[in-house]
Design a protein around this ligand. Structure first.
Ligand code: PGA
Length: 246
């Protein structure tokens, strides 16, 4: 185990309803505050819970994250949530291009780029997700796929050289499957990304996501290029979250 200051992003998806999310935060507030004293933890509940969770955890060092945002400023866009509103609620991070969002809404590169631009305007750090699917993994096309997926990021960096960005490598076949990618595969993927983004490495941090648990994290922490983790299911259980973070 090492003494690196990892950042832990808890992606709650819609595992909890509004009431359940608040009850969880109330129940574990003290424990969460203690964990967040020594570690960077970002809690990403679903949209409707952001405001009350922000209030509830305001006196703790926990940061708040959102799971997506609109590519639009404000206006006639039914069903969307503007980055400005996220900022007003105290959101500091926002997940962009998560595989589940890409699948549901088919975000294009142009849309992903616009979303990140909206976030940067509001001083919210984008957590850009990418990763190959099972077929591409088996066909050995991981790097080729990532090179394509990286396009919105490289375009963004042309206009925002100093943008603070988190890039989450999440192999699709490892998300919520109980199968974690092996260290060699992840290291090679992150090496590829760092070479592709070499000019901006000062402000970019790499995360890994996909079946991170209290058990699997031990081995994952051996990977040099990892600065943090994007974690789904396991973070909805406080004891498991504690195990991951400690
Ligand atoms: P998981 O999800 O930790 O449940 O595999 C990760 C993610 O979707 O970001």
């Amino acid at each position: 185990m090492n003494n690196k200051n990892y950042i832990f992003i808890a992606n709650w998806k819609i595992y909890y309803s509004f009431n359940q999310a608040l009850a969880w935060c109330k129940e574990h507030k003290q424990g969460l505050a203690e964990l967040a004293q020594k570690n960077s933890i970002v809690l990403c509940p679903s949209y409707e819970a952001l405001a009350p969770v922000a209030q509830l955890l305001a006196d703790t060092p926990l940061a708040l994250g959102a799971q997506n945002c609109s590519e639009h400023n404000m206006g006639a866009y039914t069903g969307q949530v503007a980055a400005q509103s996220l900022h007003e609620l105290g959101v500091k991070y926002c997940i962009i291009g998560h595989h589940e969002v890409r699948t549901a809404f088919g975000d294009t590169h142009a849309q992903l780029l616009k979303k990140m631009e909206q976030l940067l305007k509001q001083k919210i750090v984008p957590i850009f997700c990418l990763g190959e699917n099972k077929q591409d993994y088996e066909d050995n096309r991981t790097h080729e796929i990532m090179a394509q997926q990286l396009e919105p990021v490289t375009t963004l960096l042309k206009n925002h050289e100093k943008a603070d960005l988190l890039i989450a490598y999440e192999p699709v076949w490892a998300i919520g499957t109980g199968i974690v990618a092996n260290n060699n595969h992840i290291s090679q993927a992150l090496t590829f990304l760092s070479q592709a983004l070499h000019q901006n490495l000062n402000q970019i941090r790499f995360l890994y996501g996909g079946t991170v648990t209290g058990e699997t994290i031990k081995t994952l922490k051996e990977i040099d290029l990892i600065s943090g983790f994007l974690i789904g299911k396991a973070t909805t259980n406080f004891q498991e979250l504690k195990k991951i973070v400690s």
